[in-house]
Design a protein around this ligand. Structure first.
Ligand SMILES: C[C@@]1(CC(=O)O)C2=NC(=C\c3[nH]c(c(CCC(=O)O)c3CC(=O)O)Cc3[nH]c(c(CC(=O)O)c3CCC(=O)O)/C=C3\N/C(=C\2)[C@@H](CCC(=O)O)[C@]3(C)CC(=O)O)/[C@H]1CCC(=O)O
Ligand SMILES: NC(=O)c1ccc[n+]([C@@H]2O[C@H](COP(=O)([O-])OP(=O)(O)OC[C@H]3O[C@@H](n4cnc5c(N)ncnc54)[C@H](O)[C@@H]3O)[C@@H](O)[C@H]2O)c1
Length: 197
């Protein structure tokens, strides 16, 4: 069976610098996806033209900066992550090459072959976050799995995490003992979840 070899990570976009090139529908989609998970992400968006909807989003998010002009080489200089969302494929190929020489991780809209990483569908319940990837096979199925998990995972999951954190801070003893206790008290949670299922 084929398998998904992508390595998932959860980025702290408040302390990284992200560049989006393109101020159209796809630029808006990428910006919205980022801010939904990370409302204080530091994002610079450069677009020859920028949709009003993007301008509205930027007004509500002070960490988003907009530049209504063509992409310039120096836009890459202080960036960690780049998302390309223009309607110009050869521009995307050229920027991707430049970004690679600077070791900047790049996502290229509609061009999985040029992507260093993909965005995923995201389920969030308080501190719990689940990222879904179909390896680029079907973004629609990613979305459906997100909807399924969103329904299936109880809204009070964050209380469970808060309680576990308290218990984790209170348990004394060596590391091995602590891990044993934490596993024992959560074993029943898994059984209960199985019963509900
Ligand atoms: C998760 C999400 C995040 C986001 O981007 O916001 C995302 N796509 C979403 C939705 C979505 N995108 C598209 C449709 C229309 C139906 C369809 O085409 O299938 C729908 C569904 C809808 O909107 O209902 C069009 C599309 N997308 C890609 C291509 C190109 C290609 O596959 O070649 C085309 C064809 C364009 C064309 O043909 O013109 C490629 C990618 N899209 C990915 C992510 C990456 C793989 C994720 C994975 O592994 O599953 C990857 C590889 C790159 C990337 O973008 O990082 C978001 C779900 C949000 C949610 O949870 O609601
Ligand atoms: N809109 C969608 O949902 C969708 C779906 C599938 C595929 N696509 C494809 O994705 C691409 C982008 O789609 P879109 O709807 O966002 O297009 P769009 O025309 O709305 O936006 C393109 C953006 O790129 C900007 N741009 C072009 N050249 C630039 C440059 N040199 N520097 C800076 N900005 C520049 C434009 O000013 C504009 O803001 C297209 O190739 C489209 O075919 C879009």
């Amino acid at each position: 069976m084929e398998r998904n070899n992508l390595f998932p990570v959860f980025l702290k976009l408040e302390s990284l610098d992200t560049l989006i090139v393109g101020g159209g529908n796809v630029g808006l989609e990428k910006l919205t996806a980022i801010l939904k998970s990370s409302p204080s992400a530091k994002v610079t968006l450069v677009g020859r033209t920028i949709q009003d909807a993007i301008k509205d989003v930027a007004k509500a998010h002070p960490t988003v900066k907009l530049y209504e002009r063509n992409f310039k080489l120096w836009d890459l200089w202080d960036k960690d992550i780049v998302l390309l969302a223009t309607d110009n494929r050869s521009l995307h190929e050229a920027i991707k090459k430049l970004a690679r020489t600077r070791r900047i991780l790049t996502n290229v809209a509609d061009t999985p072959d040029l992507c260093d990483f993909y965005l995923g569908s995201v389920v969030t319940k308080g501190n719990l976050k689940i990222g879904v990837s179909t390896n680029g096979k079907s973004p629609t199925i990613s979305k459906r799995i997100r909807e399924y998990l969103d329904e299936a995972i109880p809204d009070n999951t964050n209380e469970l995490l808060d309680n576990m954190q308290k218990i984790r801070d209170q348990i004394k003893g060596d590391f091995g003992q602590k891990v044993k206790v934490l596993n024992e008290i959560t074993a029943s949670w898994l059984e209960e979840a199985a019963v509900v299922k």
